[in-house]
Design a protein around this ligand. Sequence first.
Ligand code: HEC
Length: 141
Amino acid sequence: MKKGMLAVVLLLVIVGIWGCAPPQPTSERWYTPQQVADGKLLFASHCAGCHGDQGQGGSDWDRPKADGSYPPQPLNGSGHSWHHTLSSLEKTLAQGGTHPGATMPGFAEVTTKPQRLAIIAAFQDLWGDLIYSKWLYRAGL
Ligand code: HEC
């Protein structure tokens, strides 16, 4: 193999490995500060009652209650809301809990889609850069 060819192959391998590596923590977000500000107000009136004013969730949130239903999960990045894509989060906010025994109400009647996206921006703004990057890599927009 000629030297030039070898260099090209090596370069492709390096770029390939680089491309597969998980992203480094990013501080770049999909939303604007205005969405976070709007979302915070909506979160306080619609969500904080169950998920906590800082999105900390209910206690023992990962264990079912006596009736088999689950307490509200944290939304501040310590739970598993970062496993869901933006559109599936938006769907949860619109429709509420859909699995059997779910108790979260839907908000499609009382919020618009831009408002629901703003609410998501508000709780994602509580996530550290590492969790946000993991979300982008695993689920994302
Ligand atoms: C009446 C209590 C209640 C209210 C109000 C409520 N939730 Fe929930 N939420 C829950 C419960 C309980 C769950 C767990 C699933 C279930 O049982 O429905 C849940 C689940 C979720 C999940 C899925 C989390 C995960 O880790 O999979 C998200 C996201 C969520 N809620 C966001 C919100 C947002 C945002 C609001 C406000 C617009 C809101 N919830 C209002 C009770 C509530």
